[in-house]
Design a protein around this ligand. Structure first.
Ligand code: UNU
Ligand code: FES
Ligand code: FE
Length: 454
């Protein structure tokens, strides 16, 4: 086992450079993180009708997700129980059954084995079809977002998302109409460790004014002021950063939702028109965040930007590579023209060849592979920005950092990463994690800030 105390230092908020490239650590992540956590599979809107399916992966495990006749959704491992071939090689479609290409075993949309060629003649009745179905995976939905989990002992999805779900409700259901994902996913390969983009989206607003400086200046809008990290910006008033139980986190830049959209009238109008409903349905605390730009990661590998409306899964492919899958988030109630415009803007910014996407790519790759050197890998990485300028907030749940530029949610991400990697089971995780926010208890940060009238 890897020495997690050495690899991730919670108190000082540093990590070993090894976590981005070591094969052993990667294997342990597959077992203990991807084998245990809820992983994003699909949005209901992508498979609306009975028999609609799509294929994806959970970690490196191939999975089929299928809409059932009764409207529920099931997921199975996409590997034939005969000799292991892929049962479905299409990316998506509609099917009554899945026929393995190798010897012709037939599986129903519910994963059961329904036909075996030459069953009577050559197996002589020895194959028990009822025990040869495709292994099923737990599936649960949060506001239409379908997640799968391999671990029967994991808490329900609702509990796994916890306070993070409370925040996501702001735009997932706050206005009443819900959101959907527009696919098919754009897919690309990036030679980086999955945690580099996951930590970036969980809480790196620091890079925005630097890595994306040129793009922001060209795009204009509310974020243009961040370009070049000018010292006189009121960073503390511009937003907040949050981390919640089980490693999820996000940052919000106030009033900047539509900032990356060039043709933004439709989106701006939608936000203006729906804001009162959010306040009425969910209260002022969340309404105050509704027209903000959000960068988020659902632990471990599903990240999205609300506002820029890009939705991504970082599928691990070994320690030094990922497949990036990118969808667009839209509100179901938007008119078709606004939806189309948002899809275009999302493609231009964070699509496969998007301007901001390519800004990030080099950094992600280099963060992973520069650590390869024998001496280099002995070094440590720092995630201390805003340490102790964070704590329990009088209004917002979780731990709240005082500025959207800070590494509060990095600390939350790696705190849970370490816990999941150290634990033998969900029982262990729960036992330790029941007190996940203890380190911040009574630190009085927000009370002191309020006391000073800030
Ligand atoms: O690059 C990002 N993750 C980002 C861009 C975050 C916030 C605003 C714009
Ligand atoms: Fe952040 Fe170099 S300045 S990685
Ligand atoms: Fe970026």
């Amino acid at each position: 086992m890897n020495d997690m105390d050495q690899l991730v230092d919670i108190e000082n908020s540093t990590q070993s450079k090894k976590i981005f490239l070591d094969q052993d650590i990667y294997e342990q992540e597959q077992e203990r993180i991807f084998g245990r956590c809820w992983l994003f599979l699909a949005h209901e809107s992508l498979i609306p009708k009975a028999g609609d399916f799509m294929t994806t992966t959970m970690g490196e495990d191939p999975v089929i997700v299928v809409r059932q006749k009764d409207g529920s959704t099931k997921a199975f491992i996409n590997s034939c129980t005969h000799r292991g071939n892929k049962v479905c090689s299409a990316e998506s479609g509609n099917a009554r059954s899945f026929v393995c290409n190798y010897h012709g075993w037939v599986f129903g949309s519910d994963g059961s084995l329904i036909d075996v060629p030459l069953n009577e003649r050559c197996y002589h009745g020895t194959i028990d079809k009822s025990t040869h179905g495709l292994p099923g995976i737990r599936v649960e939905s949060y506001r239409g977002f379908l997640f799968g989990c391999f671990d029967q002992d994991a808490p329900p999805l609702d509990e796994f998302l916890g306070d993070f779900g409370w925040y996501l409700d702001t735009w997932m259901v706050g206005a009443g109409g819900g959101v959907e994902l527009i696919g098919p996913a754009m897919k690309s390969i990036l030679n980086c460790n999955w945690k580099v983009p996951a930590e970036n989206f969980v809480g790196d607003a620091y890079h925005v004014g630097w890595t994306h400086a040129a793009a922001l200046e060209v795009l204009g809008g509310e974020l243009a002021g961040l370009a070049g990290n000018q010292a006189d910006m009121p960073y503390d008033d511009l937003g907040l950063q949050f981390t919640t139980r089980f490693g999820h986190g996000f940052g919000v830049i106030r009033h900047a939702a539509a900032s990356i959209h060039v043709k933004r009238e439709g989106y701006d109008k939608f936000l203006r028109d729906t804001l009162p409903a959010v306040a009425e349905n969910l209260g002022q605390a969340r309404a105050d965040l509704y027209d903000g730009h959000w960068n988020c990661t659902t632990f471990p590998n599903c990240s999205f930007l609300y506002g820029t409306n890009t939705f991504k899964v970082w599928h691990p492919r070994g320690p030094g590579q990922i497949e990036v899958w990118t969808y667009t988030i839209v509100h179901k109630d938007m008119d078709e023209e606004t939806k189309k415009e948002i899809v275009k803007q999302a493609i231009r910014s964070f699509g496969t060849a998007g301007t901001l996407e390519s800004d990030d790519g080099d950094n992600m790759t280099n963060c992973t592979h520069t650590n390869q050197g024998r001496m280099t890998r002995k070094g440590r990485m720092d995630a201390t920005m805003g340490i102790r300028h964070e704590g329990h907030h009088p209004v917002y749940p979780g731990i709240v950092g005082s500025s959207f530029i800070g590494e509060t949610s990095y600390r939350g991400f790696y705190r849970f990463y370490k816990e999941a990697m150290s634990a033998e089971s969900w029982g262990d995780i729960r036992a330790q994690d029941n007190h996940w926010d203890e380190a911040w208890k009574d630190n009085g940060f927000w009370e002191a800030k309020a006391g000073k009238g800030e």
